[in-house]
Design a protein around this ligand. Structure first.
Ligand SMILES: C[S@@+](CC[C@H](N)C(=O)[O-])C[C@H]1O[C@@H](n2cnc3c(N)ncnc32)[C@H](O)[C@@H]1O
Length: 229
């Protein structure tokens, strides 16, 4: 028998795992977390020398955008503190474990790089690798980096970028752009990040392009360097 006075069963919705501005996909989020955990060593083998140069002499407290599962923990000075701007909740457990293994004091902030919840001029070192390709608005992220760095503070980066026009790598980037972006959660291999960083209003920028030779052809064109506020 139905009791018409019974109050309706409340509809409970799962609290959103995603911070504002980032849509975490459970399947692809888990896949990417596992992918970067398994392939991190291989990717870093290609990028290590450039990262070691760009990430040399970091301050004891570093802000990292999109650290993923912790590919750059090895470049932090010993006893470092890391503030991780990582909106993807599927990265957090691996990142915490990796930080524990390396003795890095970690604080994760589940916000996007376009809206960093840190005060103006509060940071000395900001780093990123393979992140500006994925964020929704790289120009907004660069503006946030400039805002949180103190005068003289340094942004150190290692990113993959668009290839030269009319090259086989550029064609591969064009042809594969949709499946690539789908699998790697919005990653674009077609961004002129060198141009974007150069015109982002830093006092000085020192970057160099380089090429890796991997079977992931759209991913083979890179830049690494530093930008000073
Ligand atoms: C390709 S992974 C690179 C991870 C790591 N930096 C590395 O080099 O292995 C891209 C990372 O950027 C993060 N990310 C995506 N959108 C972001 C945003 N808007 N702000 C900050 N991080 C973001 C992802 O969650 C992921 O951890």
């Amino acid at each position: 028998m139905t009791n018409s006075t019974t109050p309706p069963v409340p509809v409970t919705t799962e609290p959103s795992l995603s911070p504002q501005g980032f849509e975490a996909n459970p399947a692809r989020g888990r896949f990417n977390s596992a992918f970067f955990s398994v392939m991190g060593g291989y990717i870093n083998w290609h990028m290590h020398q450039r990262k070691a140069e760009a990430f040399a002499d970091l301050s004891p407290h570093v802000i990292e955008l999109g650290p993923g599962v912790g590919a750059n923990l090895r470049y932090l000075p010993s006893g470092a503190r890391l503030t991780a701007i990582e909106p993807n909740p599927y990265m957090h457990a691996r990142l915490r474990r990796a930080a524990r293994r390396r003795g890095v004091e970690l604080e994760i902030r589940s916000v996007v790089g376009e809206r960093i919840d840190l005060p103006d001029a509060s940071a000395e070192s900001v780093i990123s690798s393979l992140v500006l390709c994925t964020v929704s608005d790289p120009a907004a992220v660069l503006a946030e980096i400039r805002r949180i760095l103190r005068p003289g503070g340094r942004f150190s980066f290692a990113e993959h970028v668009v290839a030269h026009p009319r090259t086989p790598t550029r064609w591969a980037q064009r042809i594969l752009r949709r499946p690539w972006a789908w699998v790697f959660e919005g990653c674009s291999c077609e961004r002129d990040l060198a141009g974007l960083i150069a015109s982002a209003g830093f006092t000085s920028v020192d970057l160099s392009p380089y090429r890796i030779h991997s079977p992931f052809v759209p991913f083979n064109t890179h830049i690494a360097g530093t930008a000073i506020v």
